[in-house]
Ligand binder design. Structure first.
Ligand code: CA
Length: 389
């Protein structure tokens, strides 16, 4: 079997309303899918993390840099191809966009392997440690409105997400530390005793500001405090983790086993959040997972993007061993963006229907049973939203 084509599909549409997090506002939804074709008629799908123009740049890396390295080779030799590609790219980037590009190709190769083996990905990875996954809904994005408007909206939105059946909810912060604490208080009130809430700072704080917000989160009983400081600030992470009672989480902006080794050895994370569509794909995710567990750090995958990324993550969460074990072990949750996303809800010929499953099954989703990722994009849908022709 040989790889014949590696193709990027960058999809984009205008969101019905602008959304924001601590770094910027955005008005377009983008997804970057990778399709790998073979000479035996089997096609694999993957996805690269990266919004907007980053997706267009990653598309060039996929099609101009990685495709020539893997074309003509056996797609089943995914680990050989991973190392061949990474070793040749090493001089140009050990982190960042080339790894995001490689991730999409690697995920597509795993999809092909599953289809050839006649097995869903979770089974190929060793089986399901859990047959259903609890889901948390994130929302509560920033908008160009007053602090008081944010506070009222966040409280209602938090209550609404929990009422839809999600097991927990996650909010953004970034209006300023005092304002952010008021937002967190509003979300705690909105959630009440019906679930957990988490807070995502998208690395907008200094360490001292993060301590100020983190102390409030201890009082409010937040489950985790995500990316409080810059991803490069390993000392800040370590100080926050040793000084605060709330769980410190992060890692979505870290890449490959070597980046993760430094992050884990610095002991700054209570919960690791690797992004499979960025850190190097499934091949590298498995190594990072082993490394995290070797440091006794539980893993809760970062999930962003289209239904391809969501499906890949459901398989990975199903096949993740419990750490530590026990009758009621710590459970990873599926991260689910509750804001408008057609690439997640309408991309597939058979949709995952996450929201419907969550509502019907007390906040849980099942695992796709088809071979590989177990999902297929609708070709007409791809044509409608493609922006890279
Ligand atoms: Ca995040």
């Amino acid at each position: 079997m040989k790889i014949t084509h590696v193709r990027s599909h960058v999809l984009q549409y205008d969101l019905p309303e602008e959304l924001g997090y601590s770094q910027q506002y955005y008005s377009k939804r983008t997804a970057h899918l990778v399709e790998v074709e073979t000479d035996e008629g089997i096609t694999g799908w993957g996805e690269c993390f990266g919004p907007g123009n980053v997706a267009l740049a990653n598309r060039t890396i996929v099609e101009k840099v990685i495709a020539p390295l893997v074309s003509g080779h056996d797609p089943l030799e995914r680990d050989v191809l991973w190392h061949k590609t990474y070793n040749l790219l090493r001089d140009h980037a050990q982190k960042g966009m080339p790894l995001q590009a490689l991730s999409g190709v690697d995920i597509a190769l795993w999809d092909i392997v599953g289809k050839v083996a006649g097995m869903p990905l979770y089974k190929l990875l060793g089986g399901a440690h859990r047959s259903r996954i609890p889901v948390y809904g994130y929302g509560m994005m920033l908008k160009r409105e007053s602090v008081d408007e944010h506070i009222a909206r966040f409280k209602d939105e938090a209550a609404g997400i929990i009422a839809q059946g999600f097991r927990a909810t996650k909010m953004k912060v970034g209006l300023g530390v005092k304002e952010d604490v008021r937002l967190c208080e509003a979300v705690a009130r909105g959630v009440g005793d019906k679930g957990d809430f988490m807070v995502d700072a998208n690395h907008c704080y200094t360490t001292s500001d993060a301590f100020y917000v983190g102390r409030a989160l201890e009082e409010l009983g937040a489950y985790w405090f995500e990316e409080p400081v810059a991803p490069e600030d390993l000392d800040g992470y370590r100080e926050l983790r040793s000084g605060l009672g709330v769980n410190i989480s992060g890692g979505e902006a870290e890449f490959n086993r070597w980046g993760w080794r430094s992050l884990l050895e610095s002991r700054g994370l209570d919960i690791a959040q690797p992004e499979v569509c960025a850190l190097g794909g499934i091949s590298e995710y498995l190594r990072v997972l082993a490394l995290a567990h070797a440091h006794f750090t539980p893993v809760n995958n970062h999930v962003w993007g289209s239904a391809i990324a969501v499906a890949a993550n459901i398989h990975l969460l199903a096949s993740m061993p419990a750490l530590p074990g026990g009758l009621t072990p710590w459970k990873p949750m599926l991260e689910f963006d509750t804001t408008h996303n057609s690439f997640r809800d309408e991309l597939l010929t058979e949709p995952l229907n996450i929201q419907v499953q969550v509502k019907a099954n007390d906040g849980y989703v099942g695992v796709p049973e088809g071979n590989g990722l177990g999902v297929e994009p609708d070709r007409d849908f791809l044509k409608r939203f493609r922006v890279n022709d």
